[in-house]
Design a protein around this ligand. Sequence first.
Ligand SMILES: NCc1[nH]cc(CCC(=O)O)c1CC(=O)O
Length: 306
Amino acid sequence: MSILLRLGTRGSPLALAQARETQALLARAHDIAPERIEIRVIKTSGDIIRDRPLSEVGGKGLFTREIERALADGEIDIGVHSAKDMSTLLPDGLVLSAFLEREDVRDALISPKAASIAALPLGAVIGTAALRRQAQVKHLRPDLNTILFRGNVETRLRKIAEGEADATLLAVAGLKRLGLLDHATAILSEEDFLPAIGQGAIGLETRADDGETGRLVAGIDHRETHLALTLERAFLRVLDGSCRTPIAGHAKVAGERISFRGQILKPDGSAMHEATRSGGLAEAEALGRSAGEELRSAGGPDFFAG
Ligand SMILES: NCc1[nH]cc(CCC(=O)O)c1CC(=O)O
């Protein structure tokens, strides 16, 4: 049977799980044999550069650039990405056509030492690669120390098992998709650990001029997730000037309303600003922008200087 669609993805176990989920949904929605939807693994810069914080080596585009190049060049038809890893501005000619239904947006604590952040010993060491998690941890517990923890989910779990840090934070969504949620010591409250923009959602990117694939992908789009991501990404776009600013936010759809809480922090957790919005679904983009603008002026120029 001939190949009908080519999905491009990173090769990490989590990325492959997300690509298989996309493959299964497309096959079911359009009555296509799954083997006619090929999964192509593409190595990205983010998979190669492993020893430095992402904020220092070029931020978000790192996990998507090579996949986007393959998409633009027509080597694949759909780029499958963690929405969290996508930059707010897509290359010309590419569009985010659909999002799969969002998984749990929360972070999990993984620690052999304590059942909660509050119970960690004074001065305990948290391993994380995410500036947002570092800032939120320090905001709650200024005595805690953070060290750089990179690598995929399995690598980070191994580092904790080997004692390289006392605890780490990982997305519940990733642990669930990998069948590893039993490694979570506790699920952290969204109140204290507002997620990263896009956390838990899978974004499907296509070529703007490829209407046929665009239609197939639109058939598996999850409307509420799409609306939430529209708001969250508009918020992030306003604040995106510096990838050294920890940013968090979560939009939720309930009936015909959408609500949002967004947050910026200093990397050391010493300052934090929040904005909340709620309104009609048609306002999603405008609500995100206005929340971003509120936080941009609340933070002032030195907040974003890093
Ligand atoms: N930055 C890496 C990354 N990108 C997406 C996820 C998890 C899955 C998701 O948020 O959709 C992870 C790992 C993590 O943060 O634990």
